[in-house]
Write a protein that binds this ligand. Structure first.
Ligand code: NAD
Ligand code: UD1
Length: 312
């Protein structure tokens, strides 16, 4: 049994990960300010193995005291404003959360010489931007188009550099578009599949930004938590890994697939594309596949079925 810290653990990916770790008998501590996360996401977990703090990761003193007191085996940094569009609307406030708060954690580990087995930082495919080299390899050019992408890249680089300079075992993942149960649909900045799901369920109109021909590698959340746990327990360190399925669909295609799986109609209107939006996001996943023998189990239609089954 190990002790884990998950920042942003009441959010979508964090709560799915907490469930997996707790079900395996581990102790999990979550710090989340509930700006997007929900208490309900973690209410069903074994509360004897879970400690929840409703607190902001920007409270550096709180984070330092927690890290020094608890002496975590593993630290997973998911706490963030996860929306690219939100970072365009609020560049500085999101920067304090998406970058500064992460550096504070690395700094506390360094200053206090904390012995951690691994620190994993959740970076993003957004770092690749619109560079035409496809599919994206970890060595592909980095062209961040938004404050979100800059903060992800910087936090990732700080994780690697703190790791090497101060001998902290760090690793970073570049998640592509993750979907599944517990993704909060209640913000205009929410993940697109959670919004489509909500519109289909409630007969609401869905707005596509752009022509719907934007391409994404939509990855079911269980494949993501599997990759995270695999990297934590592997010898991987000071390196960054794409986490995706390696297959792509357009937004128009995913809308059609979702309608079919739910056997419902959806009214769709088209509006101007979002500033900073990436046109094509496609992943090469050979690096993580080699490192931890990673094989995604869910294609889009199986993933959507599982999403609906688990959301009932
Ligand atoms: P999410 O919004 O569900 O989870 C993020 C959590 O962080 C939320 O629960 C939110 O309340 C919390 N949070 C935000 N600001 C905070 C603060 N100041 N202090 C404490 N907690 C705070 O999003 P998610 O999809 O679960 O994303 C998890 C991580 O993975 C994020 O870092 C995100 O950038 C990254 N990521 C997600 C995707 C995706 O497609 N979902 C892809 C790439 C990277
Ligand atoms: C998503 C993640 C981001 C992650 C990135 C990695 C969220 C909220 N965003 O960004 O954390 O780093 O993947 O690849 O989880 N769209 C519509 N209508 C809507 C909402 C969105 O047409 O109502 C479009 C967007 O303009 C975009 C696409 O759908 O073209 C996907 O949008 P979104 O789910 O916000 O994801 P990304 O911006 O790709």
């Amino acid at each position: 049994m190990n002790k884990f810290l998950i920042t942003g653990g009441a959010g979508f990916i964090g709560s799915n990960l907490a469930e997996k770790l707790i079900n395996a008998g581990n102790e999990v501590v979550i710090v989340d300010d509930l700006s997007m996360g929900l208490k309900a996401n973690i209410a069903d977990l074994n509360q004897e193995l879970l400690t929840f703090y409703q607190e902001s990761i920007t409270n550096h003193q709180f984070m330092e005291e927690l890290l020094v007191r608890e002496k975590f085996d593993y630290i997973i940094l998911l706490g963030a404003v996860a929306s690219v569009a939100d970072s365009v609307a609020n560049p500085y406030t999101t920067h304090l959360i998406n970058q500064e708060a992460n550096i504070n954690v690395y700094e506390v580990i360094r200053k206090n010489r904390l012995k951690v087995k691994k620190v994993l930082f959740a970076s993003s495919a957004a770092v690749y931007g619109n560079n035409p080299e496809l599919p994206k390899k970890e060595t592909s050019p980095i062209e961040p188009l938004t404050p979100y992408a800059i903060d992800k890249f910087a936090s990732e680089r700080y994780a690697m550099t703190y790791g090497k300079l101060y001998n902290i075992p760090t690793v970073a993942t570049r998640f592509f578009n993750v979907y599944g149960p517990k993704q909060n649909p209640n913000s205009p900045y929410s993940g697109v599949l959670s919004i489509i799901h909500e519109c289909l369920k409630n007969g609401k109109e869905f707005t596509v930004f752009g022509d719907g021909e934007q391409v994404r590698d939509f990855t079911y959340v269980d494949d993501v938590t599997e990759a995270v746990v695999g990297l934590l327990y592997s010898s991987a360190k000071w390196d960054v890994y794409n986490v995706a399925t390696g297959k792509t669909v357009t937004l128009n295609e995913v809308i059609a697939a979702f309608k079919k799986v739910m056997d419902k109609e959806l009214t769709v209107k088209y509006e101007q594309e979002r500033t900073g939006d990436i046109k094509v996001s496609a992943a090469d996943i050979s690096k993580i596949s080699r490192e931890i023998d990673y094989q995604p189990k869910y294609d889009i239609s199986l993933g959507l079925k599982e999403y609906i089954r688990k959301s009932k």
